[in-house]
Design a protein around this ligand. Sequence first.
Ligand SMILES: Cc1ncc(COP(=O)(O)O)c(C=O)c1O
Length: 221
Amino acid sequence: MINAPHNPTGMVPDRGTYDALVAIAAEAGAHLLVDEVYRYLEFDEGDRLPAGVDAGSHVISLGVMSKSFAMAGLRIGWLASRDRDLLTRVAAFKDYTTICASAPAEILSLIGLRARNTVLARSRELVTRNLAILDDFFARRGDTFTWVRPRGGSIGFPRLRADLDADRFCAELVEAEGVLLLPGSRFAHPGNHVRIGFGRADLPQALAGLERHLARPRVPA
Ligand SMILES: Cc1ncc(COP(=O)(O)O)c(C=O)c1O
């Protein structure tokens, strides 16, 4: 299974790497599930990979309404595959869990998907504007964070200065300012990273809270 654009790093593999992953799965006789929920939010549209479903009959695309299409409340997602037998088995399994999706949510999803150019333009405008704000923030706060710019999506994974413990920093930040960063330990990832989401209009207010918190004197652990 791969996820691109990736949560939490915003990584998008290059085309050669992606094709190699597709080939490795084919040689192994395995399915490859491609989680593409952030597809269409690539900052350079030239980075956009072909949908998994178009890469081979063993590749399955996973999509949702909640990310690039910004309609999380509908709780609608999908798998796309050329493997009919697999889809039949997945549908049978779903029968035992949720039976079916909500028909009103499906209809609203169709309306959203048919208006995809408008919907995606809005999402892209938001994340592009916020990414510029983050670039500026991390350029100013290079003393505290190392920023590897995401290539797609609405999430980044900066590294926090080594002498600030990410778990403690995030706990104190949410207590003091109501601003939530997720420490990398939640992903069992070493290296003192924090996850930051920038798919929201109130990012400047959240960064102002982070700035205020950074300005506070630190109490040693
Ligand atoms: C990479 C990735 N895939 C899938 C999902 C699931 O999306 P949904 O909340 O619409 O089920 C998420 C949600 O955070 C996600 O980040």
